[in-house]
Design a protein around this ligand. Sequence first.
Ligand SMILES: [Zn+2]
Length: 139
Amino acid sequence: MSTLSEIPWESLRAQARQATSKSYAPYSNVTVGAAGLTSDGRSVEGANVENASYGLTLCAECSLVSDLVRQGGGRLLAVSIVAGDGQPIAPCGRCRQLLFEHGGNELLVDAGERTPARRLGELLPGAFGPDELGTRKNS
Ligand SMILES: [Zn+2]
């Protein structure tokens, strides 16, 4: 488990802020960047990618998880999510589930300087995850 003080939040937020410039958000004009730190010290990042169909839009956290998998996977320790307008922004329900798969309950989630980082287990209590699969069968 990582403590809040062990995470280099300022550099993580700066990387997330930089990632907003890679966003594709022609419909909402809300650019979002995310940056994460893995348990083996790598960094991953993502930006939101909107789509004309709206429903197919990919959030920055989704893009970050894709970057993690593209790099060979691993566990996320901390993630910072930053909106281009500087306002705090929370991960949507789908992204909480995506982050849980790769960081679990202990993942630290930061939504900018104005709000304290929180454990994912607090943001997604009672989550369904990989442990729920493969061990169940009808009696
Ligand atoms: Zn999302």
